[in-house]
Design a protein. Structure first.
Length: 201
């Protein structure tokens, strides 16, 4: 079985619910992203949704332009800064991603998705201890954050080659899914067989 975990890195866009043009983080993601919810005009709300769709469809550059404008108009909104950081990350600009991420975390250091992104950036920079700390922090802030479990599993599996800890993290991820991930489940079984062959399972 061939499984390339690096093709499955997990990163979540922060979707801000737009009710009555007010942006607020969904409660399960992070409560109270800003002390006073930022108001978006209907045109800004559309631009924001379009930017998120652009990132999801692989057009990070288009999203960056819209999110930059929104971050300038609503500089106190951590979610906008975080999504700008995610767009820069997807566009391959780690320096700009880190700058936007720092702005988001300066506004709210308790957003799990921000720590997940910081972990991904740390991996790309080769700073695996920092990546581990960020993923663990994301999981302390949200114990049901499947993507952080997955990224932590990849870190243990690929970079630390710590099979036991990788299995635990993969299983944490698998338990949280609404749909079965057969590829990852099969990979976990392969890892368990590896431990048995080593006499550790």
């Amino acid at each position: 079985m061939t499984f390339n975990p690096l093709k499955h890195l997990r990163l979540v866009l922060i979707m801000l619910f737009l009710a009555g043009c007010a942006t607020q983080m969904p409660p399960e993601k992070s409560a109270d992203v800003t002390a006073v919810p930022t108001q978006l005009t209907p045109a800004e709300a559309k631009s924001y949704r379009d930017a998120l769709r652009s990132v999801e469809s692989g057009d990070a550059r288009k999203a960056i332009n819209s999110l930059k404008k929104l971050s300038q108009a609503h500089s106190g909104q951590a979610g906008i800064w975080l999504n700008l950081a995610i767009a820069y990350y997807h566009g391959g600009d780690l320096d700009e991603a880190e700058t936007a991420l720092a702005r988001a975390q300066g506004l709210n250091s308790r957003i799990p998705e921000a720590h997940n992104l910081a972990g991904l950036i740390a991996v790309d920079r080769g700073d695996y201890p920092a990546a581990e700390k960020h993923y663990q922090t994301a999981l302390k802030l949200n114990k049901n954050f499947a993507d952080a479990f997955y990224n932590l599993a990849l870190l243990y599996d690929i970079f630390h080659q710590d099979v036991k800890r990788a299995i635990d993290a993969y299983q944490g991820y698998l338990k949280l899914l609404d749909q079965e991930d057969k590829t990852t489940a099969a990979w976990v079984e392969e890892l368990k067989l590896t431990l048995k062959r080593r006499g550790e399972g």
